[in-house]
Design a protein around this ligand. Sequence first.
Ligand SMILES: [Ca+2]
Ligand SMILES: [Ca+2]
Ligand SMILES: [Ca+2]
Ligand SMILES: [Ca+2]
Length: 844
Amino acid sequence: MDEHPRLVFRPIGTPGARTFQTVRDLYNSNGGNNPFKQEVDTWLYNASYSTYIDQASRYVITGNLSYAESALNSMYGSSLSYGGTEGAFTGAQWALAYDWIHDAWEGGSPPANLSTKLAYIESEIADFVGAALSDLDGGGPSLWHGRASLGAVAWVAALALPAGNATYDTYRTEAWDDWQQSLKATHACGGWPEGPTYWATNRGVNFPLAYQSYTSAVTGSPALAVADPMEDLRQLGLWMLYTERGDGSFNRYGDVSSQVVINNGTIGQSIDYYAIATGDPALAAFAEHARDYRYPLYWSGYRWMLPVTYDPTIPKPPGYDPAHPAECLGAALPNAAVFGRDALGLVVMRQGWSDGDTQISFKAGDYLAHHGHYDQGTFTLFKHDKLVINSGGYGPYTGDHRLNYYVRTVAKNGILVQRPDEMWTPPSVTPPSGWANDGGQRIVQATGSTVSSYENWLANKTSGWNYESGEITAFDNVDGAYSYVASDITRAYNSTLYDCEGQGGKVSLVTRQLVYLQDADVLVVFDRVNATNAAYKKKWLLHTPNKFVGGTEVVAVGSASNGIIEVDGDTIPGDTLTMTNGGGKLFLQVLLPASYTVNKVGGLNYRYYVEDDGDDADGYDGTNYDDYSEVSYHDYGDWRIEVSPKAASNFDTFLNVLSPRSSATSSVDPATVLLASPLATVMRVGGYVVGMGTAGLIDDDFGYTVPEGGTFRHLIVDLQPEGYYKLTGEAGYDVAAANEAGLALFTETAAAAHGVVITSVLCADANFDDVVDGLDYNAWSLHYLASGMNWGDGDFNFDTVVDGLDYNIWSLNYAPEGAAVPEPAFAALLGLGLAVVAWRRRRA
Ligand SMILES: [Ca+2]
Ligand SMILES: [Ca+2]
Ligand SMILES: [Ca+2]
Ligand SMILES: [Ca+2]
């Protein structure tokens, strides 16, 4: 492996490898009239950017030895110091420059003292690697803050060092282990837990660089710690793609700074790099989409990366239109995706990728790093403009605004449970005003996380630090129809499962479910909250740029435009509030609790207000934590609403319907509650009926009345996964299987108002007598090979044909006592279907 170049590029002439010649050919293609040259030339002749790495990159592109010599002398005349995790990328840059120019003069005339100069650079890189490994050994860098990216950089730098040196070999062995941690960390999260800003800054590019350097420099190695590193890189790329919300910026979560916007110039090289490293067509289209927001895509100081990161010839998805690069993504990708289901817990649901399509982000994950927030269960919504946002801004790191508002649940679109005597004594730095009791989620480490490895994080999930906070319990998506996510966020709070203050917990259950009806463009949010004390006031929060309109306002503090305003839910026509921002408008309909109040909190002196004694009952004597300066890249909403039940109860459900529209829209389909029983909660909006389990799993039959005729799709969740259910309506019935997410979709038509009953059925019970026996076989045999069939005719796999596949299902479920399975006369035709069905059943 001791040939050069070996980092990213291989020597010219290496079959099948990316080489300097590949770059030069790309640059000169089409007679020099090509997008790569066009972008490169914005930097190539700009003398303001002529550091060692600029010059080394210029050598890669042009083959001009004067650039190589300039890089050589520049490094020889300076030093490389280890500047901690944030500055570590400098070590990778030295390694790349050294590697790329090392053999530039082979077979020609080298510059004076070449070997002396290379030896000096080599020793500087070695010192850097030694210092980085020592830092990693010391356990200081936390996995999802600096450790994962430093491990990747140390690995790249170690690979540049010569073979046949015992110290360097030891470095490489140690760096390999650290890089395996990087692989595990990024595999687990599928995105960056600290959010888009820390990702863009010194992190995103390291992971594809480390993997590319591994593939280009290493010819034999132990097995990698992850099964499919390329797919992991693709997920990281898709995370950027999905979370771009429609205005050239990313969903705000974690500590966010100006790097959250594509046109900042610090994220562009990462967007490109994931496309070229994976060759994924959708990511390549997204990179061109990003260029619509900024061209050239990177800040000049990063354009030396273009030979590494950019290749405009990567194939794009079918239907790619350079004038609208993102439009093809709808056909290339599912409308919803989960990133890091068991760690980051981020879900994005989209209506599509066209202008004006709704984009929703949702988060229910675990504690991972100190630039993450206490935001489990929060969601954001973008349509034409910001409509639902995470509030606040990244002010002073240890200031009151950040520690008592910005990172806290009160600044998110989640649920507060006010326990006036709840204690707040998190470790490390205390904010100037002391810790506020915001009523939100428990604080793990708001400054200085200490995750020393992936295994260390796992070991602390439900013991020690108790990092376990949120869990995505179900996810499903059908393009053009619906997206669904369910989560349990009980552990995010001081709960009966774990209370970091030893107070026994304020809740025993907090769940949130989102059903997004893509074609209707309606988001249904259903929450269950069980408090350990009925007196603990619950608040359902929604942060918006502007004030919601609706209801009779009673000013409690301040004024109607700057204060805390109480609204009795009974005074809100249709229980519907509206909020307009730019070209977008949000209709919010509060369905449950049936009897509720709304506090509107906002205006200049109240927008960061926290009821910091955790008690509304003794008056609004809290604090507006405004010790930070607003900047354009923060979603600094001015208003929030707090929906609370009027009556004190341990258990409450919240059912809210959000209809995002263009600002010109004057009304939307009203939603209505069809059932709110202890077993099931069912609502209707337009042609959709959506049902949830009121307390959890729906384990009994239930019914409701649809108040008019028409064709309805009944989307019911919280069913037994892979259980069978029958909806009986006016004109007949529909049988459906609940999928692994516990979701079943029934279609039904009626002429007028009608009752509907949903019952569970046994698989293959054609005549619904709760036994699978010969009578059901008879139904099957009577319709054998007929099409247009339904369940009662013997079609048990919903393909409308009655055939051997259905027989297999019947025979596997045949269960009268003591009976044997009758053999059909034509068993030979069953073939492959048997294996498929048998496998499905075993999973149930
Ligand atoms: Ca979890
Ligand atoms: Ca108070
Ligand atoms: Ca039967
Ligand atoms: Ca069938």
